[in-house]
Ligand binder design. Structure first.
Ligand SMILES: Cc1cc2nc3c(=O)[nH]c(=O)nc-3n(C[C@H](O)[C@H](O)[C@H](O)COP(=O)(O)O)c2cc1C
Length: 440
């Protein structure tokens, strides 16, 4: 049996599975039930000066009958009194001394930060998560994602927190920003011990076609909410990768959040640099019991790969995530159709004909399309639209020995590009040189 325990910036947890700060971690009853079911830690629903929440407050994207493909909320921080939450944190710690309780916090003034940190430490919290990511704006006294979007303000607040905290501090970042490493680096300058991401993505999930109110509706009106659940996982993985590959933020422990539902998701987040994971929407959808599948799947994966601890594979996929210009331009695949599996729906034919490279043909009298190899660029579209798993696969047609990247072509003077740091605002994006014709 591999060892699933973690020490996340000094916060010890029997496994990497934590409840995210959200409704499933709203009260002591829920957190104790979750620990009984197998969760190793919980980031308590954000504490602060209690607010009044609206009704209703959740919406979703119903994509082809998957009703919570993406989930959206306009809920603020806790609406329960601080004293009740503190009492319950103390109670949970008494029953589960080896599990991790992280207090998520969002207040306004330096004095309030110092006071709430002291109160939570007295209640027995093992660490803090600073909620700089709620996308709802002003209601929470100018905090929320506004702080993630202002690195200087973020640095100052993290600095206040570090003056008071004797327990580890995690800074939770908002995805609603162009360069996630800007607030990440600011959090380090403020003294944070760790980072977590993502909070929710600013969104409007739909409009009621009778009264023209956005969902979720509050008395005929609506507002932008925070998007989460399976739909945001690709955004979360991308931003996690950015933090984990950065020379400064990559040195800190990172807790991965966003669309995690299964053991596979957990492994993917760990492979891209997370050493704990947090879950909200999947628990709201299916309950605390999903942690059992996560744990058994993770154990099976680690046994199969020969890993003894989580740390044996944290970030193992990072070297394979490269810049576009370092991909091998000589690598070539083309589509192959398995005639035995084809159901003759012609979706591959239609999508390739209208949306790609006219590389699929139809034979009169046969329901199985064929690949026109000389037209196929190996784009993958046909295999993605095909409703039958493994009916269309991509076959490699080079021998893999020859490699040529855009960078190499550039170095050889084949493609005129410069790594134009100045024009990319100091972030080192590749900027194509204007062609000779454009220069004129
Ligand atoms: C209804 C709801 C309430 C939330 N409340 C908070 C909160 O109080 N504090 C916080 O930091 N994040 C809050 N979140 C964000 C989650 O902690 C998490 O970052 C986000 O939902 C992405 O994870 P998921 O895809 O697993 O849901 C909330 C999310 C939802 C859906």
């Amino acid at each position: 049996m591999p060892d699933l325990s973690i020490n996340f910036a000094g916060i010890k947890s029997p496994n990497p599975f934590w409840l995210a700060s959200a409704p499933p971690a709203n009260c002591g009853y829920q957190v104790m039930k979750a620990f009984d079911e197998g969760w190793g830690g919980a980031v308590w629903k954000t504490l602060g000066v209690p607010v009044v929440n609206v009704s209703s407050r959740y919406g979703s994207v119903n994509y082809r009958n998957t009703r919570m493909h993406g989930f959206n909320n306009i809920e603020l921080i806790t609406d329960r009194p601080l004293e009740d939450n503190l009492k319950e944190i103390e109670e949970v710690k008494k029953h589960f001394p080896d599990h991790a309780i992280i207090a998520s916090l969002m207040v306004e003034t330096k004095e309030q930060w110092h006071q709430i940190i002291k109160d939570c430490e007295n209640a027995g919290a093992d660490g803090f998560e600073l909620n700089f990511g709620c996308p709802h704006g002003m209601c929470e006294r100018g905090m929320g994602s506004a702080v993630s979007q202002e690195p200087d303000v973020l640095k100052t607040i993290v600095g206040w927190v570090m003056e008071a905290a004797t327990k580890p501090v995690i800074t939770k970042l908002s995805p609603n920003i162009s360069h996630i490493t800007d607030p990440g680096v600011a959090a380090i300058a403020g003294g944070t011990d760790a980072l977590s991401l993502i909070n929710t993505v600013k969104s409007i999930v739909g409009i009621n076609l009778d009264n023209y109110a956005p969902y979720p509706e509050v008395d005929g009106k609506g507002t932008n909410g925070g998007y989460c659940g399976p739909a945001v996982k690709p955004i979360a993985l991308h931003l996690l990768k950015d933090l984990a590959q950065h020379p400064e933020t990559g040195k800190l422990p990172i807790s991965g959040i966003g669309g995690i539902e299964s053991w596979r998701d957990v492994v993917e987040f760990i492979l891209l640099g997370a050493s704990s994971v947090q879950v909200c929407t999947a628990v709201m959808h299916y309950g605390f019991g999903i942690v059992r599948e996560m744990e058994s799947g993770l154990v099976q994966f680690m046994n199969d790969k020969g890993y003894n601890t989580i740390y044996d594979f944290v970030g193992k996929a990072l070297p394979n995530v490269v810049e576009w210009q370092d991909l091998n331009l000589k690598h070539k695949v083309i589509a192959e159709i398995n005639e035995d599996k084809c159901i003759g729906c012609e979706l591959c034919y239609i999508s390739c004909e209208d949306g790609a490279h006219q590389a699929i043909g139809l034979n009169e009298g046969s329901r199985v399309p064929y690949i026109i190899e000389e037209n196929c660029v190996g784009c993958n579209l046909c295999s993605l639209v095909c409703p039958v798993e493994d009916c269309i696969t991509m076959k490699k047609v080079d021998d893999g020995t020859e490699q040529l990247t855009w960078s190499e072509r550039t170095a050889a003077g084949d493609i005129p590009t410069t790594f134009n740091d100045e024009r990319a605002g100091g972030r080192g994006h590749w900027v194509p040189e204007p062609t000779a014709a454009l220069k004129k």
